[in-house]
Design a protein around this ligand. Structure first.
Ligand code: NAD
Length: 258
């Protein structure tokens, strides 16, 4: 089989958390374009349904929306069961839902800290664990966790210690699961995007005014686009990456190079 065929996802079943919009939506579109059926998992079920209808219309794949808050173990376990019931198996799990709250470390409240860690790190753990249990039984599967360049550098000028710590945690969690499951057919990798133009960045009243400043620091002078992460997601989801596990992929237009 040639490399391009190996990158196809025909007949595979996937879910993407935080799949209703932004990076998750773009990855779900890419999985469907490559041939997979995809569950759009999100706490915003109205947006998830719109996204599922849009991707289904574009690709003709079986795309479903599942309402889930990734911080709830019960909801995550039920979501994975729902996906497996619908598709009959689970090949690809993208644990992508995440939030950012900016506050100086000395002023950050316990509630702010807990919320960010709970969604970004505990949510990824619960989702990857539930997906992993199914994949270990199957003897195959690919898990892709969304970390961030904030796992590698401290963003400035905005103070975001909880976000940075949560994303560094996602990378070590990824590597830990990858080692434990390496001989059992389940691969676990992470992506670390730089600044990407999504609702999280473009429509956040706190972050929007900073875009000019980020672009000034960015070697390419611009934000990335969600679709510029699609190829790495399809690669990691596909059999073309069969020797790739425990790796983190920084896609940031060289932002972290200096
Ligand atoms: P976004 O805000 O545009 O989309 C996030 C989606 O996650 C939304 O649909 C939201 O409803 C959903 N969500 C939030 N909390 C949830 C929860 N508890 N349970 C289920 N769904 C939940 O964000 P985005 O920019 O697309 O970011 C996606 C991921 O990429 C996040 O983990 C983010 O930290 C990471 N990331 C983003 C950037 C960036 O610059 N945009 C850079 C690096 C990493």
């Amino acid at each position: 089989m040639g490399i391009i065929e190996k990158m196809r996802l025909d007949g595979k079943a996937a879910f993407v958390t935080g799949g209703a919009r932004g990076i998750g939506k773009s990855a779900a579109q890419a999985f469907a374009q490559a041939g997979a059926d995809v569950a759009i998992v999100d706490m915003d079920i109205d947006e998830a349904r719109k996204t599922a209808a849009e991707i289904s219309g574009e690709t003709g794949r079986n795309i479903v929306a599942v309402e889930t808050d990734v911080t709830s173990k019960e909801q995550v376990d039920l979501m994975v069961k729902t996906v497996v019931d619908k598709f009959g198996k689970l090949d690809i799990a993208m644990c992508n839902a995440g939030i950012c709250i900016n506050a100086p470390a000395d002023e950050m409240t316990y509630e702010q800290w807990f919320k960010v860690i709970n969604v970004n790190l505990t949510g990824v753990f619960l989702t990857a664990q539930a997906a992993g249990k199914v994949m270990l039984k199957q003897g195959y599967g690919s898990i892709i966790n969304t970390a961030s360049m904030s796992a590698h550098i401290v963003n400035v000028p905005q103070p975001q210690c909880a976000y940075n710590a949560s994303k560094a945690g996602v990378i070590q969690l990824t590597k830990s699961m990858a080692i434990e499951w390496a001989k059992k057919g389940v691969r676990v990798n992470s992506i670390s995007p730089g600044y990407i133009g999504t609702d999280l960045t473009l429509n956040s009243p706190n972050l929007k005014p900073l875009i000019q400043e980020w672009n000034r620091m960015a070697p390419m002078g611009r934000l990335g686009k969600p679709e510029e992460l699609q190829a790495i997601c399809v690669y990691l989801a596909s059999d073309a990456s069969s020797f790739t596990t425990g790796s983190d992929f920084v896609i940031d237009g060289a932002f972290t190079c200096w």
